[in-house]
Ligand binder design. Sequence first.
Ligand SMILES: [Zn+2]
Length: 73
Amino acid sequence: MAFPIRVCAVCSEEFELNPDKPGFANRCPACSETEDAKPVTKASRGADERQSLKEANEARRRAMRELLYRKDS
Ligand SMILES: [Zn+2]
């Protein structure tokens, strides 16, 4: 019996939606495994995102401050 073919929401690969497949229905088995089996990777990736977000905010704040100072002087 053939299972319906779905496109993975993470890697855009087509996969067969096996009813026994663990994880999300819109993710291929490989991507479901990555999420389930490696929470550390997910956490560190989140930390990286937070870090770059923080840097972006600081850069923006610095630019704003320079703009204000330039206006004052
Ligand atoms: Zn995938």
